[in-house]
Design a protein around this ligand. Structure first.
Ligand code: SF4
Length: 219
């Protein structure tokens, strides 16, 4: 699935979602890639039995921007609360394509809030400051903080960029504040202890960032 809905950890087409629950608005999620610069110990991509979640795995090839736009044109936008770039992989692996799609949503449906869920490592991936790419296009960026220090972060994420990843992710988050109204850092509740979560909270407070302790989902 490229464009999908989520309900209590289950992923489905928007049509199925509205069949199951006709009332109310919901988020639309956009799945661009299976690729990621991390290999988190808790990532669904690494689990053997993905069951229904397999529907998010992009078999064959990644969708083109035009293919995604075509799917977006079918979305019942008056029933959508937020458009979220997420999925089984890291959306910034296709940064330029995602920015083009964000621009498309802004142009065609400026009333819809937009969000990107990311590992926050795009500066390392592209060797430049990528925070400005989202300027004026994105309402919320949700960045996986994962841990309170570089060693723990690397042990959990197994980032291909090594020990520098934690500091680079935090620098990216701070720079995003100039371009994105809501910058949220997240930590997964069942992976970290209360003590570790408190340390994460302090890191965020010191930098004027919001921490969200969340249940695990694909990204
Ligand atoms: S949890 Fe997210 S950042 Fe970690 S490997 Fe999976 S897709 Fe990548």
């Amino acid at each position: 699935m490229i464009v999908y809905a989520a309900d209590h950890g289950k992923y489905m087409t928007l049509a199925d979602s509205f069949r199951r629950q006709p009332e109310g608005k919901r988020n639309v999620y956009i799945n661009l890639t299976n690729r990621c610069t991390c290999n988190c110990t808790f990532c669904l991509r690494g689990l053997k039995h993905m069951g229904e979640e397999e529907t998010l795995w992009l078999h064959g090839k990644e969708p083109t921007v035009e293919e995604v736009k075509k799917e977006l044109d079918q979305v019942p936008w008056d029933r959508i609360s937020e458009a979220v770039f997420c999925g089984f992989g890291e959306p910034t692996e296709r940064l330029d394509d995602m920015v083009e799609l964000l621009r498309y949503i802004r142009k065609t449906h400026p009333e819809i809030p937009t969000r990107v869920n990311t590992n926050g490592l795009s500066d390392l991936a592209y060797g430049r400051d990528t925070s400005g790419d989202f300027d004026g296009l994105l309402d919320t960026i949700s960045i996986s903080l994962n841990a309170s220090n570089a060693e723990r972060y690397l042990a959990l994420t197994r980032s291909r960029f090594g020990i520098q990843s934690f500091d680079a992710m935090l620098d990216f988050a701070v720079r995003c504040k100039a371009h994105v109204p809501h910058v949220v850092l997240t930590v997964v509740d069942h992976v970290e202890s209360e003590e570790e979560i408190e340390k994460c909270r302090k890191i965020c407070e010191e930098r004027g960032l919001t921490l969200r302790v969340r249940p695990y989902e694909a990204n």
